[in-house]
Write a protein that binds this ligand. Sequence first.
Ligand code: HEM
Length: 125
Amino acid sequence: MAGPSENPPLCERIGREKFEEVIESFYEKLFDDPVLGKYFRGISDLESHKQRFRAFWWIGLGGEDTRPPAIDMVGKHEGLGLGANEFNRWAGLFAETLHQALEAPLAEAWIRMAQGIIRRLRSIP
Ligand code: HEM
């Protein structure tokens, strides 16, 4: 069986620097997007939101965080009226960003995780 050093978590394979770069370019795309831009431009404290978004993913990818924030995934997306169109766009921009920045196997592994989360978020009214 592969030990931890032979099969490191995605966060280590991606690396913190690349990770930060991915999140930054993803948010640039979200901001410029004709459909999704309004949701993200409307966030009152964007830095603190991005902080939580980064922590959410870093931990999900197997990373450590000494002071992980409380995350309310359902509550924060509830009532935004998000449907298939919005989620497909989000997923498309996410996949595009990851493929631009990472080797295909890393991009694909991370995209699969996001797709699982989207399935969950899509059941929120
Ligand atoms: C069309 C799709 C989406 C839109 C428009 C959207 C929009 C938002 C908004 C407006 C917030 C609240 C920001 C605030 O005021 O604090 C939020 C929070 C968040 N979103 Fe999304 N989101 C989308 C999809 C996703 C997906 C697919 C993921 C993960 C795979 C995700 C991860 C998060 C996280 C981690 C937070 C922080 C929750 C918290 O603060 O407790 N979002 N999103």
